[in-house]
Design a protein around this ligand. Structure first.
Ligand code: FES
Ligand SMILES: [Fe+2]
Length: 390
């Protein structure tokens, strides 16, 4: 990893006024050290999304990786989701390797058969005291359970705070909820349910995770990258969202449902139903709120040059669950697939460009790139707090 002084110097330019600022330097997108630094300074202290509640049925344990860290998501019979470090307390074996139902309610390590329950408590330590003894007077199972990570479920997204010292999730999400209070309430948002079928898609993109975020933050590229979308939701009808501490993005006032409107969230004023907003909830949740549906695209950083985009759609009532609405869900999913696929060449092209020594962060349009600049500053502040001018 770079020494702090090498890191800080170019990041100072990120904090200049937008017309003279540069973006994050190439190494932030290309080096292994930067990837690990992002994990430890950007992803870990935040509320980062690792997947969807719908990935984890009741009584299941699902292993996931976040930037090389083995994690485990469980859902017990009371529907409580928990996230643990996926490592056995004994000799450090990766505990669960495949998603599956835990019929016994216990997670068993395949090495020496220690078992843990859904709360992570260590329940069984066979032969720990010799071949005829499953206990030992000097071993306390109570302090050797799995290490739990603070987690919460919001809009069926599983958020974790790896470092354990972020503000409570309610405080983190509150500014965005305040912004959206003209359309929704926390209660009316509950009307949206994950699509039972035709609601998920995944795209593997060959770019650093931050480029996927940055591309979503701006609408500037719309006329050239999304000519179809630009005919019914043109750039001129998009606007910048006033950035909050933990989000930024854009909105549109000419949203049209790709499958035709089939209901609206009950609190959404009818005369505003063509408004839609697309913020990034930093660091890695790209959100789309429309009167008739919601989506999340979670960006999972795989390594410094590859990321997985996972999308889940949510709809209202029967539109989410009934077979009758399957073609409706499919049309919405297809429309988003088309838009998100159109972006791939752009984010991959930016990644390729970052191998060039002729580019060191680039420049911003003082008008069209304000959101991207906001994200760069947010990242730079986390990587190197001393890069921020006094
Ligand atoms: S490493 Fe898991 S029981 Fe020994
Ligand atoms: Fe785009």
């Amino acid at each position: 990893m770079n020494k702090p002084s090498q890191v800080t110097q170019p990041l100072k330019r990120v904090h200049l006024p937008i017309a003279s600022a540069n973006g994050l330097p190439n190494t932030c997108y290309t080096s292994r050290g930067s990837f690990e630094r992002d994990r430890d300074t950007v992803i870990a202290p935040s509320w980062s999304c690792i997947g969807f509640g719908s990935d984890v049925p009741t009584n299941w344990a699902v292993p996931v990786e976040l930037m090389d860290l083995p994690l485990l998501i469980t859902r017990d019979k009371e529907n409580q989701i928990r996230v643990f470090h996926n490592v056995c307390s004994h000799r450090g074996m990766q505990l669960v390797t495949e998603a599956g139902k835990l019929g016994t309610g216990l997670i068993r390590c395949k090495y020496h058969s220690w078992t843990y329950d859904f709360k992570g408590d260590l329940k069984g330590t066979p032969m720990i005291g010799g071949t005829d003894n499953n206990e030992h007077k000097d071993f306390d199972p109570k302090v050797n359970g799995l290490r739990e990570i603070p987690s919460t479920l919001w809009m069926d997204n599983i958020y974790i705070n790896l470092s354990g010292d972020a503000e409570p999730f309610e405080e983190f999400i509150n500014p965005l909820m305040q912004r959206w209070s003209k359309w929704i309430t926390p209660e009316s948002l509950q009307e949206l349910k994950p699509a039972a079928t035709c609601g998920k898609l995944e795209l593997l993109v060959k770019c650093n995770w931050k480029l996927a975020i940055e591309n979503f933050l701006e609408a500037y590229h719309l006329p050239w990258v999304h000519p179809g979308l630009n005919t019914y939701s043109p750039l001129s009808e998009h606007y910048d969202i006033d950035p909050g501490d933990n989000f930024a993005g854009q909105g549109s006032n000419s949203y049209t449902s790709p499958a035709g409107f089939d209901g609206s969230i009950s609190t959404w004023p009818t005369e505003q139903k063509r408004f839609a907003e697309y913020p990034v909830l930093y660091p890695n949740s790209l959100l789309g709120l429309q009167a008739d549906h919601f989506f999340t695209m979670t960006i999972l950083p795989l390594n410094e040059t590859e990321s997985l985009e996972r999308v889940q759609l949510m709809f209202l009532g029967e539109v989410a669950t009934s077979d009758k609405y399957e073609s409706h869900r499919q049309s919405v999913l297809d429309a988003w697939r088309e838009v998100f696929s159109e972006d791939i060449f752009a984010v991959e092209g930016m990644q390729k460009g970052r191998r060039s020594p002729a580019y060191e962060g680039g420049v911003f349009s003082p008008v069209m790139d304000q959101q991207t600049h906001h994200f760069h500053q947010w990242v730079a502040r986390r990587i190197a707090p001393d890069s921020v001018p006094e």
